[in-house]
Design a protein around this ligand. Structure first.
Ligand code: NAD
Length: 254
C-alpha cells in the first residue's frame, strides 16, 4: 500500500460493481476511508467485504431521488464527518436506433447521468469549500466526447456530464475544489452485459466486436479506470481541474 489517499474521505456512487467497485477497492488500498452507494445493497456489502475491515462502508442510495441522496449524505457526515473526494460513477446506459428510442429514455438517463452528479456533488460541496480543498471525479464516457452510433440518449447524457464537469470546475476553481471527468472507452463490467441484451447480442461476442473497434484491440479492465481515479482523487492532481481524460484503448486520439 502506498497510501496516496491516506486521511481522505471518499464517497463513490455506484460502488457495488464494475468501475465503482474497482475505484472503491483501489481507494481503500491507498488508505482512504470510503462510503459506497448504489441501489443494490447486496453488491455494496460484497464490495465492502473485499476491502480492509472498516475501510468501506455501504449505504443504499438512488442518485435520481433527492431524499435518498439527503439520507446518504447524512450517513456520510455522521460516519466520516464529510467527504474530501466525491466520485460520481453511478450511471445507466441505453441503446437502439434514434428513430425508435422514446423521449422518456432521454429523461431517465439525464436524471441519473447528469442530475445525479449535481445532487451528490451539492450534498458535499459546502464542506469542501469551507476547507478550501476537495476533489470531484465524474465518470463520463468517450460517448461524452464524440459520436457513439446507436446510443443517442447515452451520448447526449454523457456530453451533459462533460459540460457539467467543465462548468463546475470553473465555478469552483477559486475555492480550491477540483472537478475532472474520466471518459472510459469500453470497460469489462456488467454494463456491457446490459448493452448486449439491448442489442440482442451474446455478451462475449459483443465484447469481441467492441475490442475490434479500438486501435489496441481490447477492452479495458475496471482497474485501469480506478488507477486514474486514484490520481484525480489525490493531492498529486491538485493543480488539474476541468479536464476530460479519455482512457479508451486509443479510440479518437487527441
Ligand atoms: P455497471 O452497470 O456495472 O454499474 C453501474 C453502477 O451504478 C451499479 O452499481 C448501479 O447500481 C449504479 N447505479 C445505476 N443507477 C443508479 C442510481 N439511480 N442510483 C444509484 N446507483 C445507480 O456499470 P459500469 O460499467 O461500472 O459503469 C460505471 C460508470 O462508468 C457509469 O457512469 C458508466 O456510464 C460509465 N462508463 C462505463 C463504460 C463501460 O464500458 N462499462 C464505458 C464508459 C463509461
Amino acid at each position: 500500500m502506498s497510501e496516496r489517499l491516506k486521511g481522505k474521505r471518499a464517497v463513490i456512487t455506484g460502488g457495488g460493481r464494475g468501475i465503482g467497485r474497482a475505484i472503491a477497492l483501489a481507494y481503500a488500498k491507498e488508505g482512504a476511508q470510503c462510503v459506497i452507494t448504489s441501489r443494490q445493497f447486496e453488491d455494496l456489502e460484497a464490495t465492502a467485504a473485499e476491502a480492509p475491515p472498516g475501510s468501506v462502508l455501504p449505504i443504499a442510495c438512488d442518485v435520481s431521488e433527492g431524499d435518498s441522496v439527503d439520507a446518504m449524505a447524512a450517513f456520510v457526515h455522521q460516519e466520516l464527518g464529510g467527504a474530501d473526494i466525491v466520485v460520481n460513477n453511478a450511471g445507466i446506459h441505453a441503446a437502439g436506433r434514434f428513430i425508435d428510442i422514446k423521449p422518456e429514455t432521454y429523461s431517465l438517463l439525464y436524471e441519473v447521468n447528469v442530475v445525479g452528479v449535481v445532487r451528490v456533488s451539492q450534498a458535499f460541496l459546502s464542506g469542501m469549500i469551507d476547507r478550501q480543498r476537495g476533489s470531484i471525479v465524474n465518470i463520463a464516457s468517450t460517448a461524452g466526447l464524440f459520436e457513439s452510433p446507436g446510443q443517442a440518449p447515452y451520448n447526449a447524457s454523457k456530453h451533459g456530464t462533460v459540460g457539467l464537469t467543465r462548468c463546475m470546475a470553473l465555478e469552483l476553481a477559486s475555492s480550491g475544489v477540483t472537478c475532472n471527468a474520466i471518459c472510459p472507452g469500453f470497460v469489462d463490467t456488467p454494463m456491457l452485459d446490459g448493452f448486449a441484451d439491448l442489442v440482442g447480442a451474446e455478451s462475449e461476442e459483443l465484447r469481441k466486436q467492441l475490442a475490434k473497434r479500438t486501435p489496441m484491440g481490447r477492452i479495458l479492465s475496471p482497474d485501469e479506470i480506478a488507477n486514474l481515479a486514484v490520481y484525480l482523487g489525490g493531492d498529486e492532481s491538485s493543480g488539474m481541474t476541468g479536464q476530460t481524460m479519455a482512457i479508451s484503448n486509443g479510440m479518437r486520439m487527441s
